[in-house]
Write a protein that binds this ligand. Structure first.
Ligand SMILES: Nc1ncnc2c1ncn2[C@@H]1O[C@H](COP(=O)(O)OP(=O)(O)OP(=O)(O)O)[C@@H](O)[C@H]1O
Ligand SMILES: [Mg+2]
Length: 394
């Protein structure tokens, strides 16, 4: 049988090293590529593309290892993890599961138990591709609020999903996603573009700026002229890698039709066209929408979001927009210039300033719909899979 899994063992007890390694090497659908006993070694191994299962031996001192498991599961949500210990009381089993392990195997190791734990992890997590979604936010006119919505949407999605959400600034020349979070990324898209064929998940992971609010930013190039190095191929590769690592990726996309935006939109589950209730904005929203349809973007992936919906003179209404584009508006974000401008100037996302602000509430609602929309799709798939599968997943 071909080796499907690249396995790593984290073990600080030399006395059981051989026993553990022998048991793991007996698995016929995996290959033990490293045994490690220091967090730094583990970090380095995870940077090497390809490890997809870690065994954590918890004895003799579980606490630092549980802490490590928690950090690894937050940073690498796609990794499968199995805990091993000779302690089998309920607390000893629950603690690693709460920290993020998928399975628990007790010592002395029974090879059938070990194989069945790995089998279950493999069928549940590794052999089914991770569900991931790419959400694009783009504007019908300049200054319409695209970046504010993209940034706050990523934050809300990360909060709801309780997982890191990737946030990409594709406004290659004048993007200010990083400024919205008051951070100065060390690396950016340009570094990925010049990595060429070396570009892999480990390079991508070290290029992202991971913030405590669980948003991982991939910023635009530092110098305006560096945008030339970023090709549509770079964008394809970057989004593919992001979608392999993150459940959710939000992209702030500039208002243009180009090979760059086409590459981006080809990955999108949803494309939000942000507009305001003004005649030119609505006209451009319609032109943009029609052009995207002509390029082959499926109609159901395109949605309209009205920003600053209650702050205009009232001459143009949401109804006017809906009649123009012949589609219901997906969301309306209220107007609060003082508040949004303060959030941008301080580089502090809206939710961190005031969770009850109506602008934040409207963006939070969008995030909930995005996440629950996916949940209902999954439910429909379960429905299609049939009765037995439903019983098994209960
Ligand atoms: N809901 C809102 N209420 C009031 N003001 C808002 C709202 N959303 C955005 N703004 C204001 O609109 C301005 C532009 O916002 P933002 O930078 O997010 O727009 P953009 O579409 O990304 O602009 P650009 O076309 O330059 O990329 C900012 O000054 C921001 O404070
Ligand atoms: Mg912008």
């Amino acid at each position: 049988m071909s080796h499907l899994l690249r396995i790593c063992l984290y073990n600080t007890d030399p006395e059981v090293s051989n026993e553990l390694k022998n048991a793991i090497q007996e698995l016929d659908f995996g290959r033990l590529v490293a045994e490690l006993n220091e967090p730094e070694q583990l970090a380095a191994a995870l940077h090497e593309d390809g490890i997809n299962l870690i065994f954590f031996h918890l004895d003799p001192d579980p606490d630092p290892i549980l802490e490590l498991i928690e950090q690894v599961s937050t940073r690498y949500p796609e990794l499968a993890m199995i805990a091993i210990s000779h302690k089998t009381n309920p607390d000893a089993i629950l603690a690693p599961m709460r920290a993020g392990c998928d399975q628990f195997v007790c010592e002395p190791i029974n090879s059938a138990d070990l194989a069945s734990a790995v089998n279950r992890v493999a069928s549940k997590r590794l052999l089914t591709p991770p569900k991931s979604r790419c959400i694009c936010v783009t504007g019908a006119s300049g200054g319409t609020g695209t970046t504010s919505i993209a940034c706050n949407l990523a934050l809300e999605i990360a909060h709801l999903a309780n997982r890191e959400c990737a946030l990409v600034d594709l406004d290659l020349q004048f993007g200010d996603v990083a400024a919205n979070f008051d951070c100065e990324p060390r690396y950016n898209l340009y570094d990925l573009a010049v990595a060429g064929s070396d570009l892999d998940r480990s390079i991508l992971s070290s290029t992202l700026t991971k913030l405590p609010c669980k948003v991982a930013i991939l910023s635009r190039p530092e110098m305006i002229e560096q945008q030339e190095a970023v090709t549509p191929d770079t964008i394809h590769r970057v989004i593919e890698l992001l979608m392999g690592s993150y459940e959710n990726t939000v992209i702030d996309v500039p208002r243009e039709l180009s090979p760059w935006t086409a590459a981006t939109f080809s990955h999108a589950e949803r494309i939000f066209i942000v507009c305001q209730l003004m005649v030119p904005s609505i006209r451009h929203a319609k032109r943009y929408y029609d052009a995207l349809l002509r390029t082959g973007v499926p109609e159901e992936r395109l949605e309209f979001v009205v920003n600053r919906s209650d702050g205009r003179s009232g001459r143009v209404t949401v109804r006017d927009l809906e009649e123009t584009v012949k589609k219901p508006v997906y969301a309306c974000i209220p107007n609060d210039y003082q508040f949004v401008a303060r959030s941008i100037d301080f580089g502090r996302p809206i939710a961190s300033l005031d969770r009850s602000n109506p602008v934040r509430a409207a963006i939070g609602k969008m995030a909930r719909e995005i996440i629950s929309g996916a949940a209902s799709q999954a439910a429909q798939q379960d429905e299609r899979r049939g009765f037995l599968s439903r019983l098994l997943t209960k």
